[in-house]
Design a protein around this ligand. Structure first.
Ligand code: PEP
Ligand code: MN
Length: 275
């Protein structure tokens, strides 16, 4: 792929970037990131964090800055939300993934985040990409909803070129003519990324489908396709979710998903002769 210098495999097909976050090695272990769409309150975040931790999640997600389609929708709790995430991390030991939307916030959000998320709407926000490229925290770069693989990897290149080697790609669905699902989850991008890049790639079936009933099969399919992990929206009481209610997974369903992922992993290891 033209113009890629740092994101490309450059002939070494075995090369894989592994990013350590706490005990988790992204790009080596299959990582499960789970938590609410947005941080709504201390109770909501900590209760959800405890549930996902008990089910075996490796990291906690939660938005304190929410890039919403409408300016009148809940925009997130900002600093207060980050402090809640800090508390949830202390309670559970789970590292925190949270979105940053403004270049001016990057340095201080780093004090609270273990991984900085760049959302789909900001994938080509080049000043934001350059800013997260200057810090040491790993960056979870979501695919733009209208973006090609080439455009996406070039955005990763912006971050790498500034000196931050820790980029995790995240497929979260693209816009197509289909309306039954919220987006069309492009799982073919997973082996495609592996063919040309050493960067780890995870899948977001929550935003990718927007439908609770389809998240589990797409999570299993993501693992089967070779993804390095998944990110799932979980709410301890989905009917109360202030954001993305229709895709908020209740904790019992998440625990069941984790059991099935584990069973699939054992099966895949058997097939691949890994013990
Ligand atoms: C999110 O993960 O909270 C989010 C807003 O996702 P996306 O940027 O993929 O819409
Ligand atoms: Mn969401």
């Amino acid at each position: 792929m033209t113009n890629l210098k740092l994101a490309a495999l450059n002939g070494d097909k075995q090369r894989r970037t592994v990013i350590a976050v706490g005990h988790v090695k992204i790009g080596m272990d299959f990582v499960v990131i789970a938590g609410p769409c947005s941080v709504e309150s201390e109770e909501q975040t900590i209760r959800t964090a405890q549930k996902v931790k008990a089910a075996g999640a490796n990291m906690l997600r939660g938005g304190a800055f929410k890039p919403r389609t409408s300016p009148y929708d809940f925009q997130g709790l900002g600093l207060k939300g980050l402090k809640i995430l800090e508390k949830a991390k202390k309670e559970t030991g789970l590292p925190v993934v949270t979105e940053v939307t403004d270049p001016r916030d990057v340095s201080w959000v780093c004090e609270y985040a273990d991984v900085l998320q760049i959302g789909t709407r900001n994938m080509q926000n080049f000043s934001l990409l350059k800013e997260v490229g200057k810090v040491e925290k790993p960056v979870l770069l979501k695919r733009g909803m209208y973006s090609t693989l080439k455009e996406w990897l070039n955005c990763a290149e912006y971050i790498l070129a500034e000196g931050n080697p820790n980029v995790i790609l995240c497929e979260r669905g693209i816009r197509t003519f289909e309306t039954y699902t919220r987006n069309t989850l492009d799982l073919s991008i997973v082996p495609s990324v592996k063919e040309i890049s050493h960067l780890p790639i995870i899948v977001d079936p929550s935003h990718g489908t927007g439908r609770l009933s389809i998240i589990e099969p797409m999570s299993l399919a993501a693992m089967a396709a070779g993804a390095d992990g998944i990110i799932i929206e979980v709410h301890y009481n989905p009917s109360e979710a202030m954001c993305d209610k229709d895709q908020a997974m209740p904790p019992e369903m998440f625990a069941s998903l984790m059991r099935r992922l584990q069973a699939l992993r054992i099966h895949m290891n058997d097939v691949n002769g890994i013990h």
